[in-house]
Design a protein around this ligand. Structure first.
Ligand code: UD1
Length: 340
């Protein structure tokens, strides 16, 4: 298939580009580079051994999106592009709703106009909100999220379901990621947050490489084994493989729109993650315990049964793999991707 990857220069998108090429698909990337560097593209080409066509456009521009589909012969879309910082979305809700919803609407319109019927969407476990029983299962239907970012994921899932209900040809896989971490084993591509990292793994990696003084653990008085929050971390390579599996199973899904959890099914605490990273680095890393972060849930993880039985997908990489690969990437690229 010739697959359009929106946000293909970003963290998860770039790893998925490599997995798609390795699985024999042609890839076209669209990215506005608002939160990624063009230099990732050269690395993708070096690692994959193929030319990766890139369109540097903003998908909220419906006319440009339409021209992209007129220019390229697309069979399927994997849609990652979007703003994704939880805290920023609380401060800038309009920017989040405008960007994430408009880009999705442009894509869906262009897909309809050009007869593209296959779609894989980058959703998030954040759609389960604050009250879903753990482990999370896909049939939980009171989806909600406490942040505008998360709410865009809930709304986009709904929009896609409504569009598919009106178009019997459309097939959509909604992939609900848990906590993606790690990097390509080559150390050539990985997560490159701009500014101070919001998420745990890139923060620890920047402490290890000397860009940050110490990790602040956001609360150690949660009702968990060691008092710190537990999350379902999964390797970005496993996650990328999940997209390939979903794409290749669109035609045999039991319903035209189907949600799949992509997680390991196991929770790991903040302190256990720090210890695992210390093993990868070979020394202790400085940390302090600070107050809880607003909005954090104590513990959640996936029930990944559906992806296993229906997509034949299962996460195989360990926490130690995630830390070793992140550390290799961070050491080789202490400041992330170069500007040029
Ligand atoms: C966060 C978002 C989630 C989003 C996901 C991926 C929130 C509440 N949730 O998930 O919606 O889909 O990122 O971008 O922001 N931690 C520390 N110190 C740090 C950073 C994190 O102790 O400096 C802790 C957090 O309290 C949490 C765990 O590490 O318990 C994981 O945090 P993070 O990596 O930000 O992921 P989530 O909060 O699970």
């Amino acid at each position: 298939m010739r697959v359009l990857v929106s946000g293909g220069a970003g963290y998860i998108g770039s790893h998925t580009v490599l997995s798609l090429v390795a699985a024999g698909h042609d890839v076209v990337v669209v990215d506005d580079f608002s939160n990624s560097k063009p230099t990732v593209v050269g690395r993708l080409e070096a690692l994959s051994g193929v030319h990766v066509p890139v369109h540097a456009i903003d998908l909220t521009d419906a006319a440009k999106t339409e021209r992209l589909f007129a220019h390229e012969q697309i069979d399927a879309v994997v849609h990652f592009a979007g703003l994704k910082a939880v805290g920023e979305s609380v401060a800038k809700p309009l920017e989040y709703y405008r960007n994430n919803l408009d880009s999705t609407l442009s894509l869906l319109e262009a897909m309809r106009h050009h007869g593209v019927h296959r779609l894989v969407f980058s959703s998030s476990a954040t759609v389960y909100g604050e009250h879903a029983p753990v482990p999370y299962t896909e049939d939980y239907d009171r989806l909600s999220s406490s942040s505008p970012y998360g709410q865009t994921k809930v709304m986009i899932e709904r929009i896609m379901a409504d569009v598919a209900a009106a178009d019997p040809a459309l097939r959509v896989a909604l992939l609900r990621y848990f906590n993606p971490v790690g990097a390509h084993p080559s150390g050539q591509i990985g997560e490159d947050p701009q500014g101070i990292p919001n998420n745990l793994m890139p923060f620890i990696a920047q402490v290890a490489v000397g860009r940050r003084d110490k990790l602040t653990v956001f609360g150690d008085d949660y009702p968990t084994a060691d008092g710190t929050c537990e999350r379902d971390y999964l390797h970005v390579e496993d996650l990328a493989a999940g997209h390939v599996a979903a794409l290749e199973h669109l035609d045999d899904m039991v319903t035209p729109v189907r949600a799949f959890n992509l997680g390991t099914g196991t929770g790991t605490s903040v302190l256990a993650m720090l210890q695992a990273f210390e093993r990868a680095v070979g020394r202790e890393l400085p940390y302090e315990v600070g107050p809880r972060r607003a909005g954090d849930l104590p513990a959640f993880w996936a029930d990944p049964t559906r992806a296993q039985t229906e997509l034949g997908w299962q996460a195989v990489k360990t926490i130690d793999d995630m830390c070793a690969d992140t550390w290799r990437w961070q050491q080789a690229n202490p400041q992330g991707f170069p500007d040029a």
